[in-house]
Ligand binder design. Structure first.
Ligand SMILES: Cc1ncc(C[n+]2csc(CCOP(=O)(O)OP(=O)(O)O)c2C)c(N)n1
Ligand SMILES: [Mg+2]
Length: 902
């Protein structure tokens, strides 16, 4: 709110009096008092049910921080501009040289050109590195502006000329720089991945939230640190961006600053040609409870504002749409003036002191260090709210002839003349020939620019981005911790989900590991029987619990607490995944080895937030993802959008994910113990996906020596006690809850005169990966004996037919087919799920005990060990319908509704 006197252009005497009195309050008592009075009037009217429908969350289309409140700039702009120009040049040269090399590796120039100044202000004055005394800033830039970060790191001496030259050529000797921020490929540099647009916002929000969680739980000192996330204005259209901002305000994340680079363009064209993206984002963020700071105009506009007593300039600014502003960035000064001023004589007068050339060059706020710094500084000081800074820029700023053009995003090369011209304009002291070849320019060590850059980073604690893992290792848990699961449940029928919850409880009570366990659930804790943890561990709430829960007198009340350990994320899988990412990367970001266990409805994992899981792989997240209510036929009744028969197949697409589909409680115990050891003791860069089921059955005790097989993916669970007659031998592979069917099938087969062994296949994915690796090594080896895979070894002495049954798609067991030493048939749950009872679902999908037994008989018949007649008899005995529909491609008869009986 301005305190400048305003000429009130009205002939409404009564309104004029009101405005004059508020004007006098503003002048004499200041804006805070004026706000109180304004709210008082508004509330008074509201009491009489009078609400101004057109009240808006928008402020005028100008800078939030007026000149009068702008802090002095803490740096030397002249040197900073020289530095920025060198960085701009080198960033562009990386892409141009890539283009010249003919490798077609691509790259972008326009995004960084628009973001350079805001990034440089941050690096020179604001972004602080983690130290003993300071929690550290996590800085996440726009992926397409990564070139600018590399170009700066080159000046800092952190990356070599050769690495710069190998931008987007990571396989080159000595390594090249990754296209975008990928911690996986540059693990001592990048902190967070962001190349999939939209995901960096929830990632940053939940990183900031997790910092508060760590502080409230006493795992981290309250020593500050900000999460900065830079996004594009086009990117803000991704639903994950605006869809997750509410939580940031609710949690009062004043350690979070989101900067939207509003260059008004995305890849193809304008973001909101017919509107104003900055105003739209302001409404959204302000409505969600954020502090919003707009940086729209540079200082060159300030004298014009001072002339704008009657508000005509402001009015014109409101009126022009982004399509106009984009057009101005490609037009001559004369054209801009004509379009801007139109027939408005007062506006013409205000603009009159500026020559056409000045009008052409007048900058937007995003290219003015003073305005950017003012916004950054205010954001850093803000308490109790997250801040969104909306900065207006020009896409391709400084790329003459291409600035603001719709094609600028894809511009990857410049002509020789354009290169020389650009280099000269940026003041790069290279020869024309060198500029034409887009040579990099490195100022001397003792140059003013280099010294300036170093001094400023030193004052802010050191280089950023920077990822250094300094984290204590955790002890490897003793398997005996899970004695209960190893001993089995006797006759008591329990599910793997129940077993897991017992194990989680044990882990949370563990002396050394307990405090680091982070249970995460979307709104599903009761589905998984985890509600007992509410009382014991508490649900994390930054506000504690201000109400008495309705169930306070029960044994399992809904207990929220400031130091609660459970993250109950509401119905927001993307947020829960972002929490998993934050907890799974705290070892690198904060040096705190938290172990997330994120339990979710398995179908709402990979298929709902698969990209987020992929990003966790990029960010080297650790921890356990647990797909509960798994299995297309085990989760009955729920129908096709709930019944998951494919997440294990998708899990295999994440290269560093170890995925298991355990059948028994002791398998879970072995896998989780091994997982904690690998991730938190041996520091392996892996994470886990385990499927859990809700079917109850007695859990057996661990067979002797099964551990290794459980981890590798296959072991013999039960050997037949009958000798095979005439080679009638079957090996039944089962996993997850379908193991119950496999065990029943074994009995059916024994009754049919077939000797059957049961194998537990805890992970087809692990088996196939290892077998493929061994096959590859054998292929590439020139001499020497070939080695064999675990799978080949474990099955090498077996003969007979092999039948695998899974509650997942056939592709999963099929992945090991090549190495199974005999007839191999697979049964799985291809096709859409449907609402039915568990036995009917298993019959429909052909994974019931009967279908398994029949498939073994059919395989033996193929091998001529069972006659056609005997097979047909077995089919009748097992009630197999040969005319049954194919569940992989057909559903049940569709119901016709609404038809009249007549
Ligand atoms: C999920 C996703 N969709 C599409 C893309 C491809 N893409 C990369 S940059 C870009 C345009 C970005 O526009 P904006 O966010 O406005 O950033 P600017 O480059 O204008 O700063 C698109 C569509 C992507 N990287 N991720
Ligand atoms: Mg944009």
């Amino acid at each position: 709110m301005s305190t400048n006197p305003v000429d009130i252009p009205t002939d409404d005497i009564e309104l004029e009096e009101w405005l004059e009195s508020i004007e006098s309050v503003l002048r004499t008592e200041g804006p805070d008092r004026a706000k109180v009075i304004f709210r008082g009037v508004r509330d008074y009217l509201a009491r009489s049910n009078i609400v101004a429908e057109d009240a808006t969350l928008n402020t005028p289309y100008r800078n939030t921080i007026p000149l009068s409140e702008q802090p002095p700039y803490p740096g030397d702009i002249e040197i900073e501009e020289r530095l920025e120009n060198i960085i701009r040049w080198n960033a562009m040269a990386m892409v141009l040289r890539g283009y010249d090399s003919g490798t077609g590796v691509g790259g972008h120039i326009g995004t960084y050109a628009s973001a350079a100044t805001m990034q440089e202000v941050g690096f020179n004055h604001v972004f602080r590195k983690r130290s003993e005394r300071y929690g550290g800033d996590l800085v996440n830039v726009q992926a397409h502006a990564a070139t600018g970060i590399y170009a700066r790191a080159f000046l800092e001496g952190r990356v070599t000329r050769k690495q710069l030259d190998n931008y987007r050529r990571e396989l080159q000797p000595g390594g090249g720089l990754s296209s975008y921020p990928h911690p996986r490929n540059m693990p001592d540099f990048w902190q967070m991945p962001c190349a999939s647009m939209g995901l960096s916002t929830p990632s940053a929000i939940y990183q900031a939230r997790f910092v508060k969680y760590l502080e409230n739980r006493g795992l981290k000192p309250r020593n500050g640190g900000k999460v900065w996330v830079f996004i594009g204005d086009g990117e803000a259209d991704e639903p994950e961006v605006l869809g997750t901002i509410n939580i940031a305000a609710r949690e009062q994340l004043d350690n979070l600053i989101l900067v939207a680079n509003c260059n008004l363009q995305r890849l193809d064209g304008p973001v909101r040609g017919n509107g104003k993206i900055i105003q739209e984002l302001e409404r959204n963020f302000r409505g969600a409870g954020w502090n919003v700071i707009k940086v729209i105009w540079s200082g060159e506009w300030d004298p014009l504002f001072a002339q704008d007593r009657d508000g005509v300039l402001q009015e014109r600014m409101e009126q022009a749409v982004d399509g106009d502003y984009q057009m101005y960035s490609v037009s001559s000064g004369k054209e801009v003036r004509e379009h801007w001023v139109g027939t408005n004589r007062r506006l013409a007068e205000i603009m009159q002191p500026l020559s056409d050339e000045k009008i052409r060059c007048i900058r937007r706020g995003g290219h003015d260090q003073h305005k950017i710094y003012a916004a950054f500084e205010r954001a850093v000081q803000t308490r109790g709210q997250p801040t969104a800074i909306l900065i207006k820029t020009i896409k391709g700023y400084g790329m003459q002839g291409y600035e603001g053009s719709n094609a600028v995003h894809q511009k990857k090369s410049l002509s020789i003349e354009e290169r020389v011209e650009t280099g000269r304009r940026l003041g790069i002291p290279l020869s024309d020939e060198e500029l034409a070849k887009a040579e990099f320019y490195l100022p001397p060590e003792n140059s003013e620019e280099t010294l300036y850059l170093r001094t400023h980073r030193r004052a802010l604690g050191g280089w950023l981005p920077d990822r250094k893992v300094v984290c204590p290792t955790l002890p490897s848990p003793d398997l005996a911790l899970f004695r209960e699961q190893l001993n089995g449940s006797g006759k008591r029928a329990i599910s793997t989900t129940m077993a897991f919850v017992r194990m989680l409880t044990k882990l949370m009570q563990h002396d050394e590991l307990g405090r680091y366990i982070v249970p995460i659930v979307p709104d599903e804790a009761r589905t998984f029987g985890m509600e007992a943890l509410f009382r014991r561990a508490g649900i994390y709430s930054s506000e504690g619990q201000k109400y008495k829960p309705v169930d306070s007198s029960t044994l399992m009340p809904y207990r929220e607490a400031k130091d609660g350990q459970i993250l109950q994320e509401g119905i927001c899988e993307v947020g829960a995944m972002a929490s998993f990412m934050a907890a799974g990367t705290a070892y690198a970001v904060h040096g705190i080895p938290t172990i997330p266990f994120y339990v979710f409805y398995s179908i709402f994992g990979f298929q709902r937030v698969g990209d987020m899981i992929w990003a966790c792989g990029d960010m080297l997240s650790r921890g356990f993802l647990l797909g509960g209510t798994a299995g297309r036929t085990t989760l009955n009744g729920e129908g096709l959008q709930h019944e998951d028969g494919h997440s294990q197949v998708v899990a295999n697409t994440i290269p560093n994910m170890r995925s298991y589909d355990p059948a028994f409680a002791y398998e879970l115990a072995v896998i989780i113990t091994d997982g904690i050891k690998r991730m938190y003791y041996q520091q392996e860069e892996i994470f886990y996906y385990l499927t859990l089921y809700n079917e109850n059955y007695p859990m057996p005790a661990i067979p002797n020596g099964a551990e290794d097989g459980i981890i590798r993916g296959l072991y013999r669970f039960q050997k037949s006690n009958s000798k095979p007659k005439k080679g009638r031998k079957a090996h039944l592979l089962g996993s997850g809850a379908i193991m119950t069917q496999v065990l029943d099938a074994r009995e059916l087969l024994e009754n049919l005169g077939v000797s059957a062994d049961v194998w537990s296949a805890t992970s087809y994915n692990e088996l196939a990966r290892e077998a493929l690796s061994v096959a590859r090594a054998n292929r590439l080896r020139k001499t020497g004996e070939p080695t064999t895979s675990y799978l080949e070894n474990v099955l090498k002495d077996e003969s007979g037919v092999f039948i695998a049954a899974s509650d997942f798609m056939k592709a999963l067991p099929l992945s090991i087919a090549k190495w199974v030493p005999g007839h191999y048939a697979v049964l799985g749950t291809d096709g859409f799920g449907l609402s039915e009872s568990r036995p009917d679902l298993r019959d429909h999908f052909e994974v019931s005990a009967e279908h398994i037994a029949y498939t073994a008989m059919a395989a033996l018949a193929d091998e001529r060990l069972v006659s056609a007649k005997e097979l047909s008899k077995a089919g009748s005995q097992l009630s197999i319908d040969p005319g049954k529909l194919n569940p992989a491609i057909e559903g049940p008869a569709q119901i016709k509704t609404g038809a009249h009986p007549d």
